[in-house]
Design a protein around this ligand. Structure first.
Ligand code: SAH
Length: 214
């Protein structure tokens, strides 16, 4: 609908461009993906606001700026294969799917996964494959990946994710305690990892074998 397209353009201008997001792929994708479809009907009017929103099961869809910052940091190209841990609403996966050829996403809560899958189908985003599992183990069958994005915060970088990263690959993950985390960007070069901290953030818990306990 026209009303949402206007809100979306405004979101990109005021929250992304004004704050220094420059990556064309990220900007184009966030101008395209109908973010309002990824939240409950009652919250659609707030979908383009400068904040996260609840999506049920105690989880949240990230603030648009955080989605943009993380996507931009991955330096994605059209031929890249990307893995996301924490499908949630499906919005971040949808953004990735407009930039990259193949997107794999893992979610541990069935109700969220089922809802996200329905939206991917409705939008005909057929290059996204999603499964129910503990994403701290990665998705080894389809790896290695050019980029991995973890959208929940954990105490450490899960080793399986580092193992499933391609040579030259990028991994972004919030690492810290359950209140505040550092957004860490990991780059794998000649088998070595180099880590840079990008920002202080607050994400919901990464729960699993290499995350917080259940
Ligand atoms: N990327 C999502 C953000 C969702 S919030 C979006 O765009 O909406 C983070 C999600 O990570 C939650 O849905 C939570 O259930 C999920 N999660 C937490 N630990 C997980 C794990 N070990 N494996 C897969 N998903 C996990």
């Amino acid at each position: 609908m026209e009303q949402f397209a206007t809100s979306r353009t405004k979101m990109v201008q005021e929250q992304l461009l004004a704050r220094g997001i420059v990556d064309r792929n990220t900007i184009e994708a966030m101008l395209t993906v109908p973010r309002h479809l990824f939240v409950d009907d009652a919250m659609q009017g707030r979908a383009y606001g400068d904040h996260p929103l609840p999506i049920g099961a105690g989880q949240t869809i990230s603030q648009p700026y955080i989605v943009a910052m993380m996507t931009q940091a991955l330096e994605l190209g059209a031929d890249d294969k990307v893995l996301e841990i924490g499908t949630g609403s499906g919005y971040q996966a949808a953004v990735l799917s407009r930039i990259c050829s193949q997107v794999y996403t893992v979610e541990r809560i069935n109700s969220l996964l089922a809802r996200a899958r329905k939206i991917f189908d409705k939008l005909r985003y057929y290059n996204i494959r999603a499964k129910l599992d503990d994403g701290t183990m990665g998705w080894p069958e389809n790896g290695p990946y050019d980029a991995i994005i973890v959208t929940a915060g954990g105490p450490e970088i899960p080793q399986p994710l580092i193992d499933q990263l391609n040579e030259g690959g990028r991994l972004i993950i919030p690492v810290g305690d359950q209140n505040v985390q550092e957004l860490q960007l990991v780059r794998k070069n000649e088998g070595q990892v180099e880590i840079v901290s990008l920002a202080s953030v607050r994400f919901v818990d990464l729960v699993g074998e290499h995350g917080w306990n259940k």
